[in-house]
Write a protein that binds this ligand. Structure first.
Ligand SMILES: Cc1cc2nc3c(=O)[nH]c(=O)nc-3n(C[C@H](O)[C@H](O)[C@H](O)COP(=O)(O)OP(=O)(O)OC[C@H]3O[C@@H](n4cnc5c(N)ncnc54)[C@H](O)[C@@H]3O)c2cc1C
Length: 432
């Protein structure tokens, strides 16, 4: 049995802690904030509660696997429901697409309604990712990437120079290209610097759909907090790790504002660029940009006017989601946008795009990009071409006994990849 300290109580830190505790290790988790959840924690005001980060997830199997491998299955803790549609896209020309998930035939029909022949064109684009996903899944997402032992086809794929923007440029219609690039835009990434294989998002969405939790996705963080208690993980809130203690070439513990914790193994599930003993290893990486976000509490029910998630395409795209809870007779809406000019009110931009909720406003919480990114690095690292694969840490690091999980660690950001990164850490640490 090893004594493990996990740094960071976001999804990746909680998932790593729960998995390692289940494997028989003695786990302590240090979280700088006063609650668990990181980007998954809710934002609350005046009786409203909004999902502060993720409001849905692709690859719900990742969460299912996490709950099943650490105790009671997810279905016993949470209601995870498929999103239908996964998202509505409203394009600048006035046309709309309610994007179905989990069905090739339904996607073909939906794209065909945009224009004859567009359904098969989209289906062919998505199908071109089937082999890529198999390679990525086997050699990058579900086991630590090691180019010496990986399938040579996976190595070629991950080293490919082609960008997502270039691959999407083969699509015959600007609206299809906008849908193809959306996953990159929605993570603050520049599609011209995102490797082409990351289009596997579209493939996963079509094959498996997306899922959410009625009443707010932040319930995942609450359920994981309970799971940590069940697994006997010692949680220290308000405990900011200032560095990892490294002696004799291996991790020996962490330094925090409340003192030193000694450990046999340390898992960093927070931004490694902020920890001096790791900063050098990741000096050639850049954090992905965070958006401006406004959480709105509105009088009345939004009803069927808006899907759970809606993208208002334009400059910039506005991303809307309805995750959270509101007092009786009112509703929640969250709007996010990247690259907003200073002084711009997102509520006005929303009105210009046809969603005018200004006269229904009860309360609002504005979060600047600095505030959204303050707790950690919720979108991980910016993709800077193919080199980013090698520049990311995780699950192993160059320091013995020191592991990395989370959005900044391989294989990437978002609930599925943050969850998978914790599974990779558990895999390389192994049972006690
Ligand atoms: C607005 C927004 C919308 C999003 N929407 C989606 C979505 O719809 N679907 C999706 O899949 N993903 C979405 N994401 C991304 C997803 O939420 C994140 O990728 C994921 O939750 C990151 O989890 P994490 O554990 O890696 O990092 P974080 O959640 O950032 O957790 C890091 C934790 O570490 C703590 N910490 C940091 N430094 C220290 C330290 N020195 N010592 C101790 N603790 C420390 C922080 O306080 C934080 O709690 C969204 C993110 C945001 C911000």
């Amino acid at each position: 049995m090893a004594r493990v300290v996990v740094v960071g109580g976001g999804l990746a830190g909680m998932a790593s802690a729960a998995r390692l505790a289940k494997l028989g290790h003695e786990v302590t988790l240090c979280e700088a904030g006063d609650r668990l959840g990181g980007a998954l924690a809710p934002v609350e005001r005046d009786g409203f509660a909004w999902d502060g980060g993720a409001a849905s997830t692709l690859l719900p199997a990742v969460l299912r696997d996490l709950f099943r491998k650490t105790g009671r299955p997810l279905e016993r803790e949470l209601e995870l429901v498929p999103l239908d549609p996964v998202r509505e896209h409203r394009f600048a020309d006035g046309s709309t697409l309610a994007l179905p998930g989990g069905s090739r035939a339904a996607q073909i029909a939906a794209f065909d309604r945009l224009g004859p022949g567009l359904g098969p064109a989209w289906a062919a684009y998505v199908a071109s990712y089937a082999d890529d996903w198999e390679l990525v899944r086997r050699d990058y997402a579900e086991r630590p990437y090691d180019k010496a032992s990986a399938d040579p086809a996976a190595v070629r794929l991950l080293r490919g120079r082609r960008s997502l923007a270039e691959r999407a440029a083969t699509l015959p219609d600007p609206r299809l290209r906008a849908v193809a690039l959306h996953p990159a835009h929605a993570q603050g990434q520049d599609p011209a610097r995102v490797p082409a294989w990351l289009g596997v998002w579209s493939y996963l969405e079509q094959r498996l759909g997306a899922a959410t939790v009625p009443g707010g996705f932040s319930a995942v963080a609450t359920a994981l907090g309970t799971r940590l208690t069940t697994r006997g993980v010692e949680v220290w809130l308000g405990t900011r790790v200032s560095d990892v203690v490294v002696a004799g070439g291996r991790a020996r513990g962490v330094l925090t504002n409340v003192g030193e914790f000694s450990a046999d193994l340390v898992v960093v599930a927070a931004d490694p660029r902020r920890l001096p003993s790791l900063a050098r290893q990741v000096r050639r990486t850049t954090p992905a940009a965070a958006p401006d976000v406004v959480h709105l509490g509105l009088a009345g029910d939004l009803g069927a006017d808006l899907a759970h998630e809606t993208v208002l395409h334009g400059s910039p795209d506005l991303l809307l989601h309805r995750g959270g809870t509101a007092p009786e007779g009112s509703s929640v809406l969250t709007v996010a946008a990247w690259g907003l000019a200073p002084g711009t009110d997102l509520l006005d931009r929303l009105a210009e795009r046809g969603v005018d909720v200004r006269d229904r406003l009860v309360t609002r919480v504005d979060r600047s990009p600095a505030e959204v990114g303050a707790g950690g690095s919720p979108y991980g690292l910016a993709w800077e071409g193919r080199a980013t694969v090698a520049r990311r840490l995780g699950p192993r690091t160059p320091v013995e006994g020191l592991y990395a999980a989370g959005a900044h660690a391989a294989p990437g950001a978002g609930v599925p990849f943050a969850g998978l990164s914790a599974a990779l850490v558990a895999q390389v640490v192994g049972p006690a």
